[in-house]
Design a protein around this ligand. Structure first.
Ligand code: SF4
Length: 392
């Protein structure tokens, strides 16, 4: 594997990200006539279960900056985030026609209300509001989570998907475990050598995982990691920065490039958190009941985020630990405009960073933000201040 291989993979990811016709999904369905394609909105989605039903989970992360919103705006007030507008626009424009159903995780009120809209607007499609518990005890939260999994499995079966068996679920979990391991390897390479893994490439790779079958994506991650590790790249005097807050609506790729051009090495982020929701491997014991394993992983190894309840202090401790783990020198909070979960977490997180003496800055974006000069100046000043005044 050569560095050129990594470049080619990035090109393929770029093509996928810019293709809002979802031609790759239609092609998958042509190759898998018995399969169903299921759109999954941001938040926790039981991708393993969807795969175990012989379906293709398709992450819907909005329309980015390449979609003109004509009808989507009519469905929402002005003071909410942008992603529901672009998802509605994609639906009404027919671009989601290859999808047989949609899963709306209980991420926030916006996603929940969007599920209701989809039930009305696309009554011919399966729509599931996947309600995840905020109680993490096995007796209450675990039992509820299992019921939700079973309900989703029944729903998928009702639209012609395969029944989920213990064997198919265990096999699917193993595939996603392989992707988790491949992702971790790549993330570690970025932490150790951010000059070899630009954040803009990493973002494209993560986005590609929303569209590709998991085994294809895993192979892609491994090939990219091997190719990128062989790059000969000049190490710059850039501060190491962690980005936080962009777990749902995604910033435009040019915004990520802007941060890089402003002199930051982004060594950690929470872009499109869905793929990285669970820490570590789910099926550590291959003989375990896969339904139990999936439930246990959700209850005990979900990452801290704005859309998961954590008792007092836990999120602050977590962000400081993440900063230490990736050896970041500062944190950029990038939140979608009007994103209540992301913005409501900010005071708690910034207090923890202040207490730990970790510098931070924050700004807001929308997926179709087109002006980056202000962000470039802010990120550049932040980067310079770390370079000039950090104790390191
Ligand atoms: S960007 Fe924030 S408010 Fe909007 S749908 Fe996502 S989590 Fe909800």
């Amino acid at each position: 594997m050569s560095p050129e291989t990594a470049d080619l993979i990035v090109e393929r990811c770029r093509d996928l990200a810019s293709d809002l016709s979802f031609a790759d999904v239609a092609a998958w369905k042509a190759d898998n006539p018995a399969g169903r394609a299921i759109g999954v909105l941001p938040g926790y989605g039981p991708l393993e279960l969807i795969r175990a039903a012989g379906c293709l989970p398709v992450g819907l992360i909005g329309g980015g900056d390449g979609l003109e919103i004509i009808r989507g705006d009519a469905y929402f007030q002005s003071y909410i985030c942008h992603i529901p507008r672009s998802v509605v626009e994609l639906g009404l424009g027919g671009q989601l026609g290859a999808l047989d159903g949609f899963v709306f995780p209980s991420t926030c009120d916006v996603i929940r209300n969007l599920s209701g809209m989809f039930q009305v607007l696309f009554a011919d499609r399966y729509v599931k509001y996947f309600d995840v518990p905020q109680n993490f005890g096995p007796g209450l939260g675990g039992r509820f989570f299992r019921q939700e999994l079973a309900d989703l499995a029944r729903g998928l079966e009702s639209i012609g998907a395969q029944p989920v068996t213990n064997e198919s679920l265990a096999a699917a979990i193993a595939e996603y475990d392989a992707r988790r391991a491949a992702t971790e390897t790549l993330l570690r390479l970025r932490i150790d050598h951010p000059e070899k893994v630009p954040a803009s490439e990493m973002t494209l790779l993560i986005w590609a995982g929303h569209r590709l079958p998991v085994d294809v994506h895993t192979a892609m991650l491994l090939e990219y990691t091997e190719g990128a590790s062989q790059r000969v790249a000049r190490v710059r005097d850039n501060p190491r920065v962690m980005l936080h807050g962009a777990f749902c609506e995604q910033p435009p790729l040019d915004l990520v490039r802007t941060l890089e051009r402003a002199g930051c090495y982004l060594v950690e982020d929470d872009f499109a958190l869905q793929q990285r929701w669970i820490k570590g491997q789910i099926l550590e014991d291959p003989t375990a009941d896969p339904w139990d394993a999936l439930t246990h992983a959700f209850l005990t190894r979900s990452r801290h985020s704005a859309i998961r309840y954590t008792p007092d202090g836990g999120k602050g401790e977590d962000i400081v630990a993440r900063v230490r783990n990736c050896q970041a020198e500062g944190v950029i909070f990038a939140s979608p405009s009007f994103c209540d979960p992301s913005l409501l977490d900010l005071p708690m997180l910034t207090t923890a960073l202040d207490d730990a003496g970790i510098p931070w800055t924050s700004f807001k974006y929308a997926e179709n933000t087109g002006q980056f000069q202000g962000i470039r100046e802010q990120a550049g000043t932040f980067s310079d201040s770390i370079r000039l005044w950090s104790e390191a």
